[in-house]
Design a protein around this ligand. Sequence first.
Ligand code: UT7
Length: 325
Amino acid sequence: MTAIRSVVLGCGSYLPKRILTNAELAAKVDTSDEWIVQRTGIRQRHIAAEGEFTSHLAIQAAQAALANAGVDAQSIDLIVLATSTPDNTFPATAVAVQSGLGINHGAAFDLQAVCSGFVFALATADNFLRSGAFKRALVIGAETFSRILDWSDRGTCVLFGDGAGAIVLDAQQQPGTTSDRGVLTTHLRSDGRHKSKLFVDGGPSSTQTVGHLRMEGREVFKHAVGMITDVIVDAFKATGTSADDIDWFIPHQANKRIIDASAHKLHIAPQKVVLTVDQHGNTSAASIPLALCTAVADGRVKKGDLVLFEAMGGGFTWGSALVRW
Ligand code: UT7
């Protein structure tokens, strides 16, 4: 029994040049490098330049992914871009990326699931590819969270950064086993009862302003590990795999303590965990592909490796994906 799988052909990422250190933040708000490192693991984050938009970051990441995959932009017929910081209210930032890449066929749209955006976008593209509706997709996570931060709120402004990451997915016939290359399973969840624990206090329909990010950090923290581990157990059950089979755990990079606690609860060995939160901060939908590209570029993730993704964020939304590289 064969199956169509969404096989990853390549990945790419982009980080704005400007690096903002904890020490610089400590000069602006009542915080310290020690507090930020101890509570989050973050040491620095990248900040987009004036006039540098989410679409610009996304185009750079997409071009890097296409080059890494060795395929032409014209072979792409689907772009799914996860972002909570679009260039404009509409049209979708994905169409700016499509046009920037010189593509005018197929479909391009944005997807909004905050920090879980990349996993939601991956699952969406995977379902379209497996259905036969599209053949080759760019899945992108791109954010300029620096634009929606309240820089006077020390509880949130120290946590986030800007960046983008992308992968190219190709619909390919595979034998139909868990040894297949490609996306093996995805699991998505949401629970809107928690919508006021992490939100932006503005929007076109409510305030006609962009607004600023607001978070009850402790509340988010409290739910994170349980939600993350639940959807990972779902991925293990769906594929008959276990923590021992995983080569790389590439979680959403929000807080090192959440990542460590999740890996520990699932018995995933610390050396299998890819960590970039120290360098990038929380880049929301971009954090997983940024971490993935780091581990691909330095040779950790190799063809045939089993890679586990997970994310949790505003909504709440959360999800997992198991991919054989
Ligand atoms: O990606 C989307 C998902 N988001 C997350 O996963 C974030 C989840 N939450 C977290 O990562 C953590 O809750 C935070 C890192 C946001 C905060 O860490 P915490 O250990 O939960 O600290 P807390 O909020 O309980 O605050 C402890 C203390 C408070 O002071 P008091 O009340 O004990 O006197 C805060 O006012 O730390 C204070 N505090 C700070 N101190 C120095 C809060 N922010 C800062 C700061 N610098 N930047």
